[in-house]
Design a protein around this ligand. Sequence first.
Ligand code: URA
Ligand code: CA
Length: 444
Amino acid sequence: MGMNMVSIILKKKAGEVLTTEEIRFVAQGAAKNTLPPEQLSAWLMAVCWRGMDDRETADLTLAMAYSGDVVDLSAIPGVCVDKHSTGGVGDTTTLVLVPLVAACGAPVAKMSGRALGHTGGTLDKLESIPGMRIYLDQAAFIDQVRRVGCAVVGQTQSLAPADKLLYALRDVTGTVDSLPLIASSIVSKKLAAGSGAIVLDVKTGNGALMPTLDASVALARAMVRIGKLAGKPTLALVTGMEEPLGSHVGNALEVKEAIDILAGRAAGPLLRVSLALGSQMLVAAGKAADLVQAEILLQKALASGAGLAKLRDMIAAQGGDPRVTEDVSLLPRARHLSPVPAERDGYVDHMDTVAIGRAAQLLGAGRETKEQAIDTAVGLVMHKRIGEAVAKGEPVATLHANDPALARQAAAVLARAVTIGGAQTAPPPLIHAIIMPDTEEYFT
Ligand code: URA
Ligand code: CA
């Protein structure tokens, strides 16, 4: 069709705006392997430097979303609402909110990802449950959502293949940190996953993809604008990641914490963010008139045990041992528990959240490359949050390890990651903003 990749690269390199056809040509070339990686990489670098406007970003998102299969959820009655987090440490909101939202009558057909780098992934957490299947074929996936109300599975190979290749190239060409590339990458997969509405959780803080509030808000706005241009109701919460969200970091440990919350034995920031996101999902699904009513419904599902029962049913439907929801000791457990003592009296005033994620990764809870195996039993439990008092020698965390040598290394990383000062600081804000297409609300 007379489309020439070198001229598209030159055009973007000169800072010009690409046409819809040109962007489709690039995405198709990535999906069908008809463009060589060096040309795609050069194009990615040009986009990194020159950027893309809203129309170009939406065009790339749609082209990537439709570069492979788009999941057809139309056989599921009601509006399926998807949720996506940009990733964090101790960020187990999916396992808390999916069963709660489903228990309130909103179907959730969710595709999740794996752990990478310092952040956790829902699929690895679910795989810590004995017997749990995370790859279902389309028919079984849809049937489960119809019967149980929710399913959380891995994304199929054929979902957004253009993003798959471009993301892999970005990883090795220093072109990950481009706002339009990140926004289009995330939203393309959400559009291909087929839900009727999208609730985004954009993390901000030292453990987040975007560390500053300005950058996080910019990412949230970009994704919400794409959703609007794609005709998909989309909103974003910007939430804090200045410390692990839950106290547990590691796969089986995070499943345990989600069960403890659904059983009413635990609460705190992980529950608060889960309720905030879940409320938006219920409203988007038309199951609540407003956020106040939505939160009341979620609190009822929590108090009645309906949320925990929904998690049990979802686990059973996916071949997992549902008894874990009554007896968390059935989850894999690490052999060695070692406390990390505070080095002085005072108050926790800062956490290096990436380092805490790295400590868990070092123990075997995470992976550096996609191929690496993980140990679902290991991780760590934080005993303190920012602003809390500690006494010298008191444990700030407990490591759950299977290898004592790794535990010693992780203890050193963790001790450095938690700063104790003489004055009490306020806990970091949890919900910073709600970004919608036409309105924005700020709370900090
Ligand atoms: N997550 C994604 O899926 N894509 C990005 O580009 C960054 C984070
Ligand atoms: Ca995640």
